[in-house]
Ligand binder design. Sequence first.
Ligand code: FE2
Length: 322
Amino acid sequence: MNIKDPAEILRQAAWKEIQRLELELYVADLDANGFTVIPPSIASPGDLHKRLLARILDLSEEDSGVRPDLVAGENPVAFKGSELVKAEDDAPFGQYIPSLIFEGPAFEEALLNPVLLAMSTYLCGFSAVLSSMSCFVKGPTRSALQLHADTFLPAPMPAHALLCNGTYVLTEFNRENGATAFVPGSHKFQRQPREEERFLTGQNANSNAVASEAAPGSLVFWHGNTWHGAFNRTVPGLRVSMPVLMARPSMRTEEDLFGKIPQAVLDRNPARFAVLTQQGIVNGWHSKEHSKLRPAQAREVMRKFYEEVDLPNADADIPLYG
Ligand SMILES: [Fe+2]
């Protein structure tokens, strides 16, 4: 093995960080099952989850006009397409609040959480970007969110992860609370579930699906190929979760953040924050002039990051043209 190979140096650096944070067993679990649950003591330093939940409850109220009641509340507002619908419509997503990265320092901290970054880097590399940061506030429903993989590509999907998801659990996850469901080992199938394999409730429910059990403050982390969904909540009250979807920079992201993050926000964070928020993505120009400007800006962002962490910029994700 040539240890001067930049890719090998990056791999070793990623593993060293996993060891420093004592995440080896969670990585083994992720490799074997396609998902893992990292407990609050590791995943939410300084009670990060409490600050995220407090801010999300405010945002939920701003959106719906109703203060969420975690103990007895019902689906506050749900989106179906672009239309607001009420709880009785039984939407399995509940209230969806997107683009949280613009909502203040707690969300920036959630993105920079070393545990989230170590796991994301393990699956998607140092150049991984945020695809979306959002939350769901969900009450009791009859319908479950059907099983699917987040990697929407024709089979066979690549075995390596193009996406990964780190979901902050902000209220307790278990079957009756409407926890995220997983089919253990399904990241190795390299395909979406077939229609008849997608159900979580009823006679045709997929018997291989299990509920993730997690205390508030846990991080549930999974490979982009893993089949997952959400059980319907059968008890009163609200379930609040905050998915952080990460992607390799060559993937089309859910949120388009290049050039959209205020300079003050970039300035108060380390160089990796700019990479994570897509400022290092070269592709996406829209004119002759921009085809020169954007790659130059993006390369500078990547250069600063690799300099900050003292690692080689392998340039693997950066096209040679432009
Ligand atoms: Fe999903």
